[in-house]
Design a protein around this ligand. Structure first.
Ligand SMILES: [Mg+2]
Length: 465
């Protein structure tokens, strides 16, 4: 299957959505935020994370993703050894929070995956923590075209630290659902996975999924346990408003309000939500803040996701290029000032390389080169809603981001490829957010020829701040 831009967006979303849920939930761990508490990426919590810093959930997920992104088979000894080595590398630098079971296993300092799995099997007591489910998203991306491989790999990666049949099945269900959501843009993979897992698993999980869809968090309160954690995530996904890309943020908030292990239930939910709605549904105000072990930011997670679904790194091919080589064509002459904000400049992609701005907002694909102290990218295709499932959400998010950067006192370059369609459209959305007349953008950007459906969406009311 040839992957489309929408597939890539959703693959990116699996890692970004999970990281966003994790960092969002970190500030509320072991609490039950009341209804009047605003849920924001505040950091803090019992382990005093920085705002936007992800926790063990995404760090361990990154350890899996780094291996998946090489194209390695996670079922092979080499692939599993590399994942196990990543877990050990993370553990060795003394992370703030480590799950009980994971700590018990990694404290053993096993050299191979086989030894790590054996150590996990020797643990006594309860072994069904949520610590393998929280890191399983990249497994779904690695086996996008191979459902059987996805189920096998999910079990083996879970077994590295969690010797538990329910943890294994939960990882299989969720990884399968994530690959399904990336491919088809829906949540049908959760139930469909059970058809591959046998009658016992179907009989066990079906009533639990039903209960999550109709119940309340008090029905599955012990969400440190993998079963209640999956139910909490599924509750949040199915009971939040699913009408547009705002579903991602709304469901993460529901997962966090359910309380207890909030970073992990939101990380679990976020992996599947992002796989369904795409990285473009993760608001830029969160993407700008995300960071964590091993020294990664949101863009790095996006690159790992794309490399994973491509079967490895392709040097010289996006996203592994310094600068994207856009064919020359109609290009707006030099940057022009936004008609309603003298700190915002509008142009084609070449202006982004000038280094003249505090912040660059790109509404087209860009390479790896650092363009400005602040660089925010939006996944916008030069077309209307048939090509951009999250079009209204993206336009509003981009306009809100320009406003946020300006509120921080930064000069902003807003640019697309040629500065003739996406650039004026987003600039017009920003005008509307400021309560101004969007058509004035066309008076200053005289080479504008915006895609009609895109322009119609950009100038459509109401504006969501
Ligand atoms: Mg955590």
């Amino acid at each position: 299957m040839k992957l489309t831009g929408a597939h890539y967006d959703r693959a990116v979303g699996a890692l970004l959505g999970s990281a966003a849920g994790d960092a969002l939930g970190a500030g509320y761990e072991f609490t039950h935020p009341p209804q009047d508490t605003v849920i924001a990426m505040i950091g803090g919590g019992p382990f005093n994370f920085a705002p936007g810093e992800w926790t063990d959930d995404t760090s361990m997920a990154a350890a899996v993703a780094r291996v998946a992104a090489t194209g390695a088979d996670l079922r092979s000894p080499a692939g599993l050894n590399a994942v196990a080595a990543g877990f050990s590398e993370w553990f060795a630098q003394g992370p703030k929070d480590v799950g009980t079971q994971t700590r018990a296993v990694l404290s053993h300092h096993d050299a191979t995956a086989a030894e790590m799995t054996a150590t996990a099997a020797t643990l006594r007591g309860r072994k069904g923590g949520n610590g393998s489910l929280m890191r399983t998203a990249a497994v779904g991306l690695r086996y996008l075209q191979d459902p059987k491989g996805c189920l096998e790999a999910a079990a083996l990666v879970s077994d590295l630290t969690h010797d538990d049949e329910r943890a294994r099945q939960a990882c299989q269900i969720w990884s399968y659902a994530i690959r399904h959501a990336v491919l088809y843009g829906n949540f049908g993979g959760v139930r469909e996975s059970l058809t591959h897992l046998g009658q016992e698993a179907t009989d066990f999980w079906t009533p639990l999924l039903n209960g999550a869809e109709t119940g309340v968090p008090q029905d599955f309160p012990k969400n440190g346990w993998v079963v209640h954690a999956l139910q909490t995530a599924w509750y949040a996904i199915t009971q939040a408003d699913q009408s547009d890309a705002g579903h991602l943020g709304a469901a993460l908030e529901l997962a966090i309000r359910a309380g207890n292990d909030t970073d992990t239930t939101a990380a679990i939910a976020g992996g599947l939500l992002g796989a369904r709605w795409g990285g473009s549904a993760v608001p830029a105000r969160w993407r700008r803040m995300l960071h964590g072990w091993p020294g990664l930011v949101a863009k790095d997670l996006a690159t790992l996701a794309i490399e994973t679904v491509n079967g490895g790194k392709n040097p010289g091919v996006w996203p592994n290029v310094d600068v994207v080589d856009y064919a020359t064509g109609t290009t707006a002459s030099g940057p022009v000032m936004h008609p309603h904000d003298k700190g915002v400049f509008l142009a084609g992609h070449a202006a982004a390389l000038s280094g003249d701005y505090d912040a660059v907002v790109s509404v087209c694909r860009m390479g790896t080169r650092t363009l400005a102290p602040d660089h925010v990218e939006f996944w916008l295709i030069d077309a209307g809603p048939t090509e951009n499932e999250n079009l209204q959400f993206i336009l509003d998010d981009a306009a809100a981001t320009v406003r946020e950067l300006r509120a921080e006192g930064k000069t902003v370059l807003l640019h697309g490829v040629h500065g003739t369609s996406r650039t004026p459209s987003v600039a017009a959305r920003y005008s509307m957010l400021l309560g101004q007349e969007p058509d004035e953008v066309l008076n200053v950007m005289t080479s504008s020829r915006p895609d009609p459906a895109l322009w119609a969406a950009a100038t459509h009311r109401p504006v969501r701040a």
